[in-house]
Design a protein around this ligand. Structure first.
Ligand code: NAD
Length: 482
């Protein structure tokens, strides 16, 4: 059902044939009024979002702990600090980002002014998943606000605690005439998607990404799709196994493996596998103790459905480390699998949990072939002491992002675009990339109404010299004759 205590329009029950009509109309009117366009309005909303993040940090942390048993450290590092930084960056650069970008002219247009104007799309829909429910709702929201749009945010119904807190807090901080939340699951989102939006920003699975894109196509609405998939992690024979194990274990078991950019499986030689196993065991014990279930630093699986799905995957190959489960607690121990077959489910679907299969290959080329036979991943990692090997993997493969000798830290840099390619998505965001994603780049050329004589060469009747002259005038970008 459509919600939002205060952010949204009065409650409608799901029997209502179109529960979102009023919200969409109201926000469209606000956008048409021009209210969101001035830099001052955008900055005020961003500042308000920044205040929400600092004043209500505890509430957000509590909600994340309820939903995912997330530790305060992981909540801060991967959700709240990243959002705060994004707000600060947007505030610092708003005026620069909003400025028209001058463009080169040719001889034809030399006397005019050519520039790209970044204008807001209008009404934007942001749909987010449950695994980083604060980050993946607010990071795109920052970009959409900075670019001057009105926004409907549809967070995941699965991370219920965070959904509730966001629905309670956002209306207290943001201008309700321009920003709304719609709560609900697939059915509710389906109804929402019948409306025309000016841009849809979706984060979630490739399966639902296709549904979103099909719905957007009906209105020719542009989409950004931030999707998932299986992220390979190649480990070269020359690596120090403990260093690799520390790094891989940290970013595989961070958020209990429920991370879109986590390494989904390791590719290494049988010899490296033998050296990695004790090193991974040592890293897991150091991070989470002898009984990880009692560790305050290890989260839980989001719900029973995902717990059961992951429990099923434990039957693939052979459990070399971990494998313990507790259904009532949605607990799955940090686990390493070996001897898995390519055809087994754990190698067919995105794992999205604390299970790491090690797959053996005989050479770097075999690893690259293995990677390239599959869909393009969201992230790809290569560990080696040789920069040539790391660069070779980079050269011979494609993925949304790439990490050499480390995990997903690249996504903490707003100077880098974050997004997928192929099956892992389309479009990019973070920092200025977000501003650009939520802006229409309008090509503008302003000319004077005088000097009509200069235009004669382009008007019919075309003479034998017209083509030559035109080709010269249009190609002469750097000509300074005029
Ligand atoms: P999901 O695709 O099931 O759901 C995402 C959102 O879509 C939710 O808000 C949900 O309510 C909505 N939704 C679900 N089914 C729908 C339908 N039939 N019609 C319309 N809307 C629908 O994804 P999830 O389970 O929430 O998240 C896990 C997936 O998201 C994984 O594949 C993961 O890799 C991916 N992910 C990607 C990124 C990224 O940045 N690329 C980040 C986090 C998660």
């Amino acid at each position: 059902m459509l919600v939002s205590a205060a952010l949204c329009h009065p409650l409608h029950c799901s029997m209502d044939p179109d529960p979102h009509e009023d919200t969409v109309r109201r926000l469209r009117e606000a956008f048409s009024s021009g209210k969101t366009r001035p830099a001052e309005f955008r900055a005020a909303q961003l500042q308000a979002l920044g205040r929400l993040l600092s004043e209500r940090k505890q509430q957000l942390q509590d909600a994340l702990a309820r939903d995912l048993h997330k530790s305060a450290f992981e909540s801060d590092m991967s959700e709240i600090i990243l959002c705060q930084n994004e707000v600060n960056l947007a505030l610092k650069n708003l005026h620069t980002w909003m400025k028209d970008e001058p463009a080169a002219t040719n001889l034809f247009t030399k006397m005019g002014s050519a520039f790209t104007r970044k204008e807001p799309f209008g009404l934007v829909l942001i749909i987010s998943p449950w695994n980083y429910p604060v980050n993946l709702s607010l990071m795109p929201l920052v970009g959409a606000i900075a670019a001057g749009n009105c926004v409907i945010l549809k967070p995941s119904e699965i991370s219920k605690g965070t959904e509730k807190v966001l629905a309670e807090l956002l209306p207290q901080y943001l201008d309700q005439s321009c920003f709304a939340m719609v709560l609900g699951g697939p059915q509710e989102t389906g109804k929402l998607l019948e409306h025309k939006f000016d841009h849809i920003f979706f984060t979630g699975s490739p399966r639902v990404g296709k549904i979103i894109m099909a719905a957007a196509a009906k209105h020719l609405t542009p989409v950004t799709l931030e999707l998932g998939g299986k992220n390979p992690c190649y480990v070269d024979d020359d690596c120090d196994p403990q260093t690799v194990a520390n790094r891989v274990a940290w970013f595989r078991y961070f958020n209990t493996g429920q991370t879109c950019v986590a390494p989904d499986y390791v590719l290494c030689s049988p010899e490296m596998q033998e050296r990695l196993l004790p090193a991974l065991q040592s890293a897991i014990t150091r991070f989470y103790g002898d009984d990880p279930q009692t560790s305050p630093n290890l989260g839980r699986i989001i719900n029973q459905k995902h717990f059961k799905r992951l429990q099923g995957l434990l039957g693939c190959g052979r459990v070399a480390i971990g494998g313990q489960t507790d259904e009532r607690d949605c607990y799955i121990a940090p686990t390493v699998l070996v001897d898995v077959q390519e055809t087994e489910p754990v190698m067919q679907e995105e794992i999205f949990g604390p299970i790491l299969p090690l797959v053996t290959v005989r050479s770097l080329d075999e690893a690259i072939n293995f990677i390239n036979r599959r869909e393009k991943p969201l992230a790809l990692y290569a560990f080696s002491n040789s920069s040539q090997v790391v660069n070779h993997v980079l050269e011979c493969t494609s993925s949304g992002g790439f990490g050499g000798n480390d995990g997903f830290l690249y996504l903490t840099l707003p100077s880098l675009p974050f997004g997928g390619v192929g099956n892992s998505g389309m479009g990019r965001y973070h920092g200025k990339f977000s501003f650009d994603t939520f802006s229409h780049h309008r090509a503008c050329l302003l000319r004077s109404s005088g000097m009509e004589k200069l235009n004669e060469i382009r008007y019919p009747p075309y003479g034998p010299w017209s083509e030559q002259l035109i080709s010269w005038a249009m190609g002469s970008q750097s000509c300074t004759l005029l």
